[in-house]
Design a protein around this ligand. Structure first.
Ligand SMILES: Cc1cc2nc3c(=O)[nH]c(=O)nc-3n(C[C@H](O)[C@H](O)[C@H](O)COP(=O)(O)O)c2cc1C
Length: 168
């Protein structure tokens, strides 16, 4: 296991656009002893309800969503470039059918009893504050429905309070 240190959220200088959008992250959730991770490249960090928050968007079809709907906490792990292949794998197969972490040769570490991926170098530990389905009637730009939801596999927006920011 690697040693991760907690850092104050405002002490870290990150670019959320490149971190989330280009480096990608892995959302990890646990429910009743079952741990699963999936790759995300859409999301954000910011401030809401006087809390530091992270936002993720999970489509209805994701097994991770099924687990997160029944769970209070989640983590987002970020990696260096050498883990891109592992992230492609976590973003291509479903934990419904297999143990993805074993398949990607990744290991689970824990903080506040929340699982995250030990091979990462930067981690957000989050507590779910809200979950909001994003439905077609919410699109001000109607083109979004055509561009992203022809199959009606809609996203739910999860906003999580950042409980810990870890780095190693
Ligand atoms: C680079 C990349 C980014 C992705 N970003 C998201 C995302 O933000 N939200 C989402 O619902 N799916 C996203 N996916 C797709 C899921 O990671 C993928 O469907 C995964 O297999 C779901 O796994 P699960 O069924 O075990 O939850 C992404 C996939 C890749 C490769």
């Amino acid at each position: 296991m690697h040693t991760f240190q907690p850092f104050p959220v405002n002490s870290i200088d990150i670019n959320p656009f490149s971190l989330i959008g280009q480096q990608w992250g892995a959302v990890t959730v646990e429910h009743e002893g079952k741990v699963n991770s999936m790759t995300v490249s859409w999301g954000g960090v910011g401030v809401l309800w006087n809390k530091n928050v992270a936002t993720i968007y999970l489509r209805d079809s994701r097994y991770t969503k099924e687990l997160l709907d029944q769970s209070e906490k989640f983590s987002i792990t970020f990696f260096d470039e050498s883990y891109k292949r592992a992230l492609k794998y976590l973003g291509a197969v479903s934990g419904r059918n297999e143990d993805k972490l074993a398949g990607a040769r990744l290991n689970i570490n824990r903080d506040l009893n929340v699982p995250f991926i030990d091979e990462g170098n930067f981690v957000l530990i989050c507590r779910k504050l809200s979950s909001t389905p994003i439905l077609p009637e919410h699109f001000a730009d109607k083109k979004i429905a055509d561009d992203f939801y022809k199959d009606s596999d809609y996203h739910t927006m999860y906003i999580g309070e950042i409980l810990d920011l870890l780095a190693r």
